[in-house]
Design a protein around this ligand. Structure first.
Ligand code: GDP
Length: 143
């Protein structure tokens, strides 16, 4: 399988509940390597732009409000099949429907506050990584 990169965000609930380490441990145990990371406070415009595909959805306003409610931890994960692997580690969008042992099943409280974001396909991963990181900010890892 090809080595891929994917964009991951620990959302404000995960940061606020001191779960960054728990989430990173799950990435690392699944063989996903952190190759770039930054904590930041998203602006309203940034959150609206990042989630632009959902602009017409009923939950868009609440989603943006939540994503700017506190700092987020943004990272690029690298590994074989990293995009699908990260989605597996995250679990389903709705924590009630997520498999046991996934981040969302184990840690999330609701579909609105579901701890993590992860790119869902190769094209979105490329776009989302470029949204947050310059190529020079991503550190290739030999081991
Ligand atoms: P993800 O890729 O699993 O994060 O899911 P989506 O890209 O479809 O949606 C983005 C985010 O919007 C999700 O992580 C949820 O926080 C939120 N969201 C998605 N669908 C719903 C919904 O039906 N109701 C609510 N309240 N929030 C939703």
């Amino acid at each position: 399988m090809a080595v891929e990169r994917t964009l991951s965000i620990v959302k404000p609930d995960g940061v606020g509940r001191n779960l960054i380490g728990d989430v990173y441990r799950r990435f690392e145990q699944a063989g996903l390597k952190v190759v770039a990371a930054r904590m930041m406070q998203l602006s309203q415009a940034e959150a609206e732009s990042f989630y632009g595909v959902h602009r017409e959805r009923g939950f868009f306003k609440d989603l943006v409000k939540f994503m700017i409610s506190g700092p987020v931890m943004v990272q690029v994960l690298e590994g074989e099949g990293a995009i699908a692997k990260n989605r597996d580690v995250m679990g389903a969008t709705d924590p009630k429907k997520a498999d046991k042992g996934t981040i969302r099943a184990d840690l999330a409280t609701s579909i609105d506050e579901n701890i993590v974001h992860g790119s869902d396909a190769a094209d979105t991963a490329a776009r989302e990584i470029a949204f947050f990181f310059r190529e020079t900010e991503i550190c290739p890892r030999k081991r």
